[in-house]
Design a protein around this ligand. Structure first.
Ligand code: FES
Ligand SMILES: [Fe+2]
Length: 363
């Protein structure tokens, strides 16, 4: 079956891994407000996950599958430190250990850590999970861009569900040229040249992709960073009437849901403090947020209606160098993950055969 807006598919294992979602990164998986007392079930990178808040307000994340018969734990009850399955009441704590099997006495499942748990952090109004593969179970430190941490910027997070593979969302942000066309009648991207030469340069954490000779007029540059998470950053100039704070900063994440769906997170930030911060927050809520949604909907509309397997039949040209470069980088990461997983498995197999040869379990 041909799936909409995916890429070459299963013939190429690297591409098929990429289509599901590149692991070994932190990803935002839900805005903070979405996770309250009741457990919720989500799908990200093809994994079914249950989230809930414990008594201290800390978010817990487990594979959404009861170790007894596989019911979804997200249908169950939040007991604070643990979640109880609705079906027969098994209680699993935030680390994935079965703490109670109430329907029988002395069940051997009790005390076993048999449900996968995800490391969780909460920042800037969103919940981030670490999606490590077997060779990367320990999370990398997560360092978010300045717009999302500290007091210098005031930000709002906006999340949207898009019916396309996340790689299309990345391509879209790594393509500043579309601003002058797709968003030509918007409040912020009507100005500037309709043509540009683009260049890519390396930065400390990734790369910068920019128009040569035009800056602070339209969507003129975008940066890709890799700091435990894969983020994109851009700034769009703002007219004075849109209040204090200079350019409008955007930090974006494309989060795989499954091969045909993704979530996009865009933090919208301005460098403002004191009364200016209040003024901006008021203006954003009352006027700007609606304008930005209209722009984002243009992106969604185009991406969701692209031809099935659009990436197999495309003709890229000069202003697509950012797109090409990022695709190459993602492919390299995928290849690297395959190699690291192979090495990890070889090592594990070696350790297992050494154990069976000596009869010792501590090889
Ligand atoms: S399936 Fe969860 S307790 Fe039986
Ligand atoms: Fe756009």
């Amino acid at each position: 079956m041909t799936s909409p807006n995916t890429t070459q598919g299963a013939a190429d294992p690297i591409q098929s891994y990429l289509d599901k979602g590149l692991r070994n990164y932190w990803y935002p998986v839900a805005p903070s407000w979405q996770v309250g007392d009741a457990p919720i079930g989500i799908t990200r990178l093809g994994d079914q996950i249950v989230l809930w808040r414990d008594k201290e307000g800390k978010v817990r994340a487990l594979e959404d599958r009861c170790p007894h018969r596989g019911a979804r734990l997200s249908l169950g009850w939040n007991l604070g430190g643990s979640v109880a399955c609705w079906y027969h009441g098994i209680e699993v704590d935030g680390g994935g250990t079965v703490v109670k099997v109430p329907a029988v006495s002395n069940c051997p499942l009790e005390g076993q850590q048999c449900v996968k748990s995800y490391p969780v952090e909460e920042h800037a109004g969103a919940i981030f999970l670490w999606f490590g593969d077997d060779a990367h179970k320990e999370p990398a430190p997560l360092k978010l861009p300045d717009e999302l941490v500290g007091d210098e910027y005031a930000n709002f997070v906006c999340m949207s569900n898009w019916k396309c593979n996340y790689q299309y969302a990345i391509d879209n942000v790594m393509d500043p040229m579309h601003g002058a066309y797709l968003h030509a009648t918007s409040h912020s991207m009507a100005e500037g040249d309709k043509q540009a030469d683009m260049r890519v340069r390396k930065t400390e954490t990734g790369l910068m992709f920019e128009k040569i000779g035009q800056r602070d007029v339209n969507f003129d540059w975008v940066e890709l960073g890799e700091t435990g998470a894969l983020w994109m950053r851009l700034a769009i100039p703002y007219q004075k009437k849109f209040g204090p704070g200079g350019s409008f900063g955007i930090v974006g994440f494309a989060v795989p849901v499954d091969e045909n769906n993704c979530q996009v997170y865009f933090w919208r930030a301005r460098k403002v403090s004191g009364w200016q911060r209040d003024a901006w927050r008021f203006l954003y809520r009352n006027r700007l947020e609606g304008l930005h949604w209209a722009v984002l909907e243009q992106d969604r509309y185009v991406l969701e209606s692209m031809a099935p397997n659009a990436r197999e039949h495309e003709f890229l040209y000069q202003h697509d160098v950012g797109v090409t470069r990022v695709r190459r980088m993602l492919r390299q990461r995928a290849q690297q993950h395959f190699a690291e997983l192979d090495a990890y498995r070889e090592q594990a197999a070696g350790a297992a055969s050494a154990t069976s040869a000596t009869g010792h379990s501590h090889a």
